[in-house]
Design a binder for this molecule. Structure first.
Ligand code: ZN
Length: 235
């Protein structure tokens, strides 16, 4: 309390519309930042996520929500951006050290670069991203080493960093939380998970499949918490 809206420092929050990024947006707002949400439409198979991002941004109350289209289908290389089936009904995720087929080449580097460009424009030094190294340990660009390296890059690559106006920080408040802990924290912060979208492969009507790795992880977490996931599932 005590900080008026115009005293809050701006921060850029990467907002996919998923459960994690919705929680991170609420964290940024709760930490006293004036959140600017960035949603990158990268050519993923569905637009359901983007619609969810709009709803989440409106519900939390952002200063501005920018949606930017960067079509990574031009490169392909992932089950999310190429004509490759999304794995379903897998009991166990990939073996340790194995990078899942849903990995999108260099996605978080692309996203953080865009967030950095907007942050520098706004005079912001804080960028929030919903990466997590507990449940998705196979993604190399979700590791703490990567985030630290990107902070170093941000300070070398920008006028704001070179002029010493501040130091860029990449905030990843979910980095070491399990999915259950993320949901618990989000509920404390008032996140409406019914607005979020997680599924890699929703039906044309926008229902979650309930069978892809992302759905299974999410459903299992709600189940462990003794709660019903508020989003609609097919079948
Ligand atoms: Zn799914």
């Amino acid at each position: 309390m005590g900080n008026g809206a115009n005293e809050r420092r701006p921060a850029v929050v990467l907002l996919s519309g998923g459960l994690d990024s919705a929680t991170v947006l609420a964290e940024a707002a709760a930490a006293g930042f004036a959140p600017h949400a960035l949603t990158v439409a990268y050519g993923q198979r569905n637009d359901v996520e983007r619609a969810a991002a709009r709803q989440v941004a409106a519900a939390v109350g952002v200063v501005r929500h920018v949606e930017m289209a960067i079509d990574l289908r031009a490169f392909g290389g992932s089950a999310l951006t190429a004509d490759v089936d999304v794995p379903k009904d897998r009991e166990a995720p990939d073996a340790p050290g194995e990078v899942p087929i849903t990995y999108v080449p260099a996605r978080n580097t692309v996203f953080l670069s865009l967030a950095l460009a907007w942050a520098e424009t706004l005079g912001a030094f804080d960028v929030f991203i919903g990466v997590n190294c507990v449940d998705y340990s196979g993604y190399p660009d979700c590791r703490p080493e990567f985030l630290r390296a990107f902070e170093g890059l941000a300070n070398l690559a920008t006028r704001a960093g070179v002029e010493g106006a501040g130091r860029f920080t990449v905030h990843a408040p979910l980095l070491k939380l399990t999915k259950d802990a993320i949901i618990r924290r989000g509920l404390e912060l008032g996140v409406d998970y019914g607005l979020t979208h997680t599924c890699y492969d929703p039906t044309p009507e926008g229902l979650s499949c309930g069978r892809c790795d992302a759905c299974r992880l999410r459903l299992a977490a709600f189940e462990r918490l003794g709660m019903k996931d508020p989003v609609a599932y097919a079948g």
